[in-house]
Design a protein around this ligand. Structure first.
Ligand SMILES: *Cc1c(COP(=O)(O)O)cnc(C)c1O
Length: 423
């Protein structure tokens, strides 16, 4: 089936007389007729649900849908995007290990790797995503267990050269993890370009309505853990699970199975069934929303590029953008919905612009159906001085604008009147 059909149909197929719509299985536990059968579930000899911390039919349906969309062998839903990134790394790295990560990543990922995982003994080397393969190779150490980057980074809008990063990872016998939150599989399928693991904050475009937090890890099934020899956690017996060797027992699904039966079991980063239901509902229109987000963002970017009340504009879909060649290769169907730009006159004018918007709402969020905007210098980054802001790539005049799926003319008219008001 094509992606559009998968968005609508995959994951749940009711049998005769069953609910047409994916049911919300609001139950922590599942009933069985014999303790013998229950024992087989625990021994992984039978498949079935027993406790929602590990698996739930509503989450399982949406996991199946996204695994199909990304072209993976399996997926695991988590309570948030942060939980997905954390467990994607902890599944293959422990104390004494290292991760190489693009410096242009989401702030939450930057802190998770640079501060929190560091405290647990997993170090991170941040690299310039635009550096040459030779330069990047210098960052890889014998204890490096994964390479990480974002297809389109939040908020810097840097486009990742996925094939370059895949080559870096694979030539060192380690997997590439790609955060595909901003692109979604409708605009880019990183596994086709060599990514081994894909992660998502489903809280953004996949849900698409700012209803429910969620995360997802998708396993391509392509990485050869045994050939690599660097991942004893996957290739030697797990004493906490009947001495199972994940690669032997689960084959191509070794990585995602370990994440579930070991990390989900122990850390309990479980999504609520209700949130899985909302995610599935949102994803039924993903294929309609992503082209509209991209087309609207393109019109907004073209308007801003010509406007002399604006000092600069960053949208990877513009021909003038540094990343346009990478967009042509990796994102031929659109560069997603987030645009950033500078309001001439700096911090004060940017604040006035934001306060003058009528359709676009001021929220700490991106990537839902409604247009929204944020001025990081006066909100998420307000503790920083102007110089510190410039050092971390967020200039005082920067407005992050998440273009929704309203009519583009109305969005542009709103921007136009707000820019006038800011003068
Ligand atoms: C929002 C976001 C996250 C974190 O996701 P949450 O669902 O908020 O925990 C991770 N990566 C990217 C690219 C994001 O935009």
């Amino acid at each position: 089936m094509k992606l559009e059909t998968l968005c609508v149909q995959e994951g749940y197929t009711p049998k005769n007389g069953e609910p047409r719509v994916l049911p919300i299985c609001q139950s922590t536990t599942f009933k069985y007729d014999s303790s013998d059968y229950m024992g087989k579930l625990f021994d992984l000899e039978e498949s079935g649900f027993f406790y929602t911390r590990l698996a739930n039919p509503t989450s399982a349906a949406v996991e199946k849908k996204i695994a199909a969309l990304e072209g993976g062998v399996g997926a695991m839903m988590t309570s948030s995007g942060q939980a997905a990134t954390m467990s994607a790394i902890m599944n293959i790295a422990g104390a004494g290990d290292n991760v190489v990560c693009s410096a242009a990543v989401y702030g939450g990922t930057f802190n998770l790797l640079g501060v929190t995982l560091e405290k647990y003994g997993i170090s991170t080397t941040f690299v310039d995503p635009d550096a040459s393969l030779e330069e990047l190779q210098k960052a890889i150490k014998p204890n490096t267990k994964a390479v990480l980057g974002e297809t389109i980074s939040n908020p810097a809008l840097v486009v990742l050269d996925i094939e370059k990063f895949a080559e870096l990872a694979h030539s060192n016998g380690i997997p590439l993890i790609v955060d595909n939150t901003f692109a979604t599989p409708m605009l880019c399928r990183p596994i086709e370009f060599g990514a081994d693991i894909v992660v998502h904050s489903t809280s953004k475009y996949l849900d698409g309505h700012a209803c429910a937090l969620g995360g997802m890890i998708i396993d391509s099934g392509n990485f050869d853990w045994e050939a690599s020899g660097k991942f004893p956690g996957l290739t030697t017996p797990d004493d906490s699970y009947h001495g199972i060797v994940y690669t032997k027992y689960f084959g191509k699904s070794a990585y995602i199975s370990k994440a579930l039966v070991q990390l989900m079991r122990d850390m309990g980063i479980t999504p609520a069934p209700m949130n899985a239901f909302l995610l599935n509902l949102g994803m039924e229109t993903l294929h309609l929303r992503m082209p509209q987000h991209s087309a609207n963002a393109m019109k907004v970017a073209e308007f801003l590029e010509k406007d002399d009340r604006v000092s600069w504009i960053n949208y990877p879909g513009l021909k003038s953008n540094k990343y346009y060649p990478l967009v042509e290769k990796y994102l031929p169907n659109g560069a997603s919905g987030v645009v950033s730009f500078g309001v001439k006159g700096g911090r004060e004018k940017a604040v006035k612009f934001l306060d003058s918007l009528k359709i676009a709402a001021i929220v700490t969020h991106v990537a839902d159906a409604r247009t929204c905007a944020l001025h990081p210098a006066s909100s998420t980054h307000r503790q920083l001085t102007d110089q510190q802001l410039i050092d971390c790539g967020v200039s005082p005049d920067l407005v992050r604008f998440s273009v929704g799926i309203e009519n583009a003319d109305d969005i542009i008219a709103d921007i136009d009147q707000a820019l006038n008001n800011a003068q």
